[in-house]
Design a binder for this molecule. Structure first.
Ligand code: NA7
Length: 293
């Protein structure tokens, strides 16, 4: 997969945990970056590193031959695209617009249609890898859209990520992303349940994890998140509020398709309870708090 990218005028809307490091990597690769964020102060670090700060999403889109959005959820994305000063009205003809937020496949298709009306090209390109993947430029992109558009986007993807998958037409990237996140959510939920059982029985959670590491239950989730659960440290890498949102999106999609997802529905209740009780922003591994505050 290509990594070198000719300098481009790139717009980036949404400078949260993920957007900021993605923007930093684009600057380091020599691209000209125009950014916008609802809370302008979050752009400070990128502006100090050479990014231009737009006054609105509209201004960011007008300045860009390649536009990226990275906001929290479907309402946030609708706001930055179609709200006051929204980006859609100024998307350049022939530009590539890539949304890397996790949203519904239906919204991705609606955006693709709106882009086509303006002569712009759209990719749904949600990511996985957390903020550490974003910092290291090792995100994994799940792409829906046209293969030729993806080909053209590859040099820019290579600045922010290490791998990408073309999964089908618009919405396919989001569909696979929601399916993947429900697995991550259930894996952590299962690990938390098992730890609750073992520790209530008077055993050390570390012992369970040690055995799991040598068994078929070993996984990337276990490697990366088990230490958080054991220590009770939940600094957000992927915030629980966003995992909760994704479980809702997966259940909505399942409902539209008539597919029962009973385990996902049960897990969402656990995530809801922890989210409701949380006083601060927590990583999704904090689902452990359901059993142990
Ligand atoms: P964060 O760190 O919660 O950042 C969310 C971003 O979305 C941040 O820039 C927010 O601006 C922005 N946002 C949220 N609501 C709005 C509205 N209504 N209008 C404009 N901008 C908004 O999320 P992550 O970076 O971890 O994740 C981003 C996506 O990747 C998300 O879909 C995940 O599920 C995957 P703020 O700074 O709060 O003003």
């Amino acid at each position: 997969m290509e990594r070198a990218a000719a300098p481009k005028k790139i717009g980036l809307i949404g400078l949260g945990l993920m957007g900021r490091p993605m923007g930093m990597n684009l600057l380091k690769a020599g691209h000209s970056l125009t950014v916008w964020n609802r809370t302008a102060s979050r752009a400070d670090e990128l502006v100090a590193a050479g990014a231009k700060l737009a006054k609105s999403p509209q201004e960011a889109a007008a300045a860009s031959e390649f536009l990226i959005t990275m906001v929290s959820d479907p309402p946030a994305l609708e706001e930055v695209l179609w709200g006051p000063g929204g980006a859609m009205q100024s998307l350049q003809r022939d530009c590539i617009y890539m949304d890397s937020s996790t949203i519904s496949p239906a919204l991705a298709r609606k955006i693709a249609a709106a882009c086509a009306e303006r002569g712009a090209r759209f990719l749904d390109a949600p990511v996985t890898g957390g903020d550490w993947g974003a910092k290291k430029g090792e995100l994994l992109f799940m792409i829906g859209g046209d293969a030729a558009t993806l080909k053209e986007a590859e040099p820019i993807l290579g600045v922010m990520g290490k791998k990408w998958f073309h999964l089908g037409p618009h919405g396919a990237g989001q569909t696979v992303k929601l399916a993947m996140n429900l697995i991550l959510a259930l894996q952590i939920d299962a690990l938390a349940e098992a730890l609750a059982l073992v520790t209530r029985a008077g055993l050390q959670g570390e012992k369970l994890v040690e055995v799991l590491q040598s068994s078929m239950a070993r996984s990337g989730v276990l490697d990366i998140k088990a230490p958080n659960l054991l220590k009770g440290e939940y600094v957000p890498s992927f915030p629980l509020r966003l995992m909760h949102k994704d479980l809702g999106l997966a259940l909505d999609l399942a409902n539209q398709l008539g597919v029962p997802l009973p385990a996902t529905a049960a897990a969402r209740e656990t995530y809801s309870a922890v989210k409701g009780a949380a006083q601060e922003d927590l990583d999704y591994s904090a689902v452990m708090k359901f059993w142990k505050a």
